[in-house]
Ligand binder design. Sequence first.
Ligand code: SF4
Ligand code: SF4
Length: 84
Amino acid sequence: MNRRSVTFLLSLLAFVMLLSFACKQLTGTEYYIDPLSCNGCGECIRICPNDAIYYNQNGEARIDQTKCTHCAECVAVCPNNAVY
Ligand code: SF4
Ligand code: SF4
């Protein structure tokens, strides 16, 4: 394999990795809160870096999908595994 082929393959690999990252950011997993498991402790609301979690009129924690960046910090902090 000559130098030109190696350069081409490395460039192709970098492009595929970049594309994969971009797709993940754009189509990232959406998280939801199971109201049956949530006890309303508010830990997820405190930790969310984007203020994407709020209490609805019934006092249940909900995720605003327009603000969520899929960092999964709320998943990690929830003591009841209510975020899925
Ligand atoms: S951390 Fe879990 S139990 Fe607490 S409010 Fe958030 S989703 Fe509910
Ligand atoms: S995944 Fe991250 S940004 Fe989205 S609601 Fe949870 S803590 Fe907030």
